[in-house]
Design a protein around this ligand. Structure first.
Ligand SMILES: [Zn+2]
Length: 95
């Protein structure tokens, strides 16, 4: 339980510590004009795709800009360490 370093950690705190994440459907919320077809979990590397391939994820936690994705397992494991907050979809943010 008190592992000093998880294999999935390699400096993500530099850009993900305290991040505000959005739980979202990958196909709908991925960056629309991004040139790539998939993303990977920032921690374990699990693949997010909008297509229906086996063993890919279709929803997870994304940063507000949609550039970084985190799978549910890693979210659960690292949320306390990274002090993430989860918000609703940015569009529904209260003024
Ligand atoms: Zn993961």
């Amino acid at each position: 339980m008190s592992e000093p370093q998880d294999w999935r950690l390699f400096g993500q705190e530099k850009y993900l510590f305290g991040a505000s994440l959005v739980r979202s459907d990958y196909a709908r919320s991925r960056v629309v004009d991004s040139p790539w077809e998939d993303d990977h979990c920032e921690f374990c590397g699990h693949e997010f795709m909008k297509d229906n391939f086996p063993d890919v994820l279709h929803e997870g936690y994304a940063t507000q800009n949609g550039l970084h994705w985190i799978c549910a397992d890693c979210f659960n494991d690292f949320a306390p360490m990274f002090c993430w907050t989860v918000s609703q979809h940015p569009a529904s943010k209260t003024p």
